[in-house]
Design a binder for this molecule. Structure first.
Ligand SMILES: [Zn+2]
Length: 307
């Protein structure tokens, strides 16, 4: 099956349609389908996941579906599918679906600044990612949607271990350190990701790329996603101001200019990741090219505004 990286899941779409995109990602990718023993159980799992996502402007079920579809597109690229063992493919699609489960619409810094129970529980480390991971493990215990129940014990343990590595990697606090790690790997080992450390690095690269892949869509759609993320940040900024807490760098609607912020995000965070990914799989180049065009479009819009 082929996947459309330009898929638009925004707008008024029935949830059942979004659920079907997720089912297609599992069932339409050979490596992942191997681990789905019962499609009805998978469907029950996805519906439960959809209810555990909140109605946030950005971190909602639509983002989960979009990330899952982007992951299905990436793992079916020839240079990536040949490098990834089937279990990794399955875990990557699963992780893309659940990586922001129960996201409250405010970020890790909010949890830490408000000294929340979650921050305490996870000792200020990847607070929301740990929560999504634990929420997923809870869900997998539920007999109706116990996706991993039939796996042999070793595979089951490996699946849980990988899921942890991949979901925790979506914490943006470690993004620059991650880029450095990937750069070093490409300099020293090239595009060989065959040993366990290499595979873990490749898996983390793919979840991070899928997570921010909405910036690589055609500009009107990329901008809609950008607006949603900023709406969520600005809502947090207003809450921070009300509580007299320090306002996060992107959260102050009076200080952050949307177009400039998006252009800078692409330049410093997204483009370096996609440029490196292109050296592993050349067909990712089409996403990297759109990304460059989008950055230029944001810059053009920002210069119009200030003139
Ligand atoms: Zn995400």
């Amino acid at each position: 099956m082929t996947f459309d990286r330009q898929l638009n899941v925004l707008g008024r779409r029935p949830k059942a349609e979004l659920v079907e995109y997720v089912i297609r990602a599992f069932m339409g990718v050979d490596g992942a389908r191997r681990f789905v023993e019962d499609e009805a159980r998978l469907r029950a799992f996805v519906w439960k996941v959809s209810r555990l996502y909140r109605n946030n402007p950005y971190h909602n079920f639509q983002h989960a579906v979009d990330t899952t579809n982007a992951m299905a597109w990436m793992v079916t690229r020839p240079g990536l599918s040949k490098r990834l063992p089937d279990l990794y493919v399955f875990v990557l699609i699963l992780a893309a679906l659940v990586h922001d489960l129960e996201h409250p619409g405010t970020d890790n810094q909010w949890e830490i600044k408000t000294r929340s129970r979650l921050a305490e529980k996870y000792r200020n480390e990847a607070v929301l990612e740990n929560r999504s991971l634990d929420g997923t493990f809870d869900l997998l215990q539920d007999s109706e949607c116990a996706l991993l129940a039939g796996l042999p014990p070793d595979t089951h343990n490996e699946c849980r271990r990988l899921l942890g590595i991949v979901i925790i990697a979506t914490d943006f606090a470690t993004h620059q350190a991650f880029l450095k790690e990937l750069r070093t790997h490409l300099h020293t080992k090239g595009t060989d990701f065959s040993d366990p450390e290499g595979l873990s690095l490749l898996a983390r690269t793919l979840i991070k790329a899928a997570d921010i892949s909405n910036t690589t869509k055609a500009f009107p759609l990329a901008r809609l996603w950008g607006r949603r993320v900023m709406r969520e940040y600005w809502a947090q900024g207003r809450k921070e101001k009300r509580r007299g807490l320090p306002v996060g760098p992107l959260n102050d609607p009076d200080k952050v200019a949307f177009h400039e912020a998006q252009a800078e995000f692409i330049e410093t965070q997204v483009q370096p990741l996609f440029d490196m990914l292109v050296t592993v799989e050349s067909s990712i180049g089409e996403a990297a090219e759109t990304l460059t065009e989008n950055r230029l479009s944001y810059l053009r819009l920002s210069s119009h505004r200030t003139q």
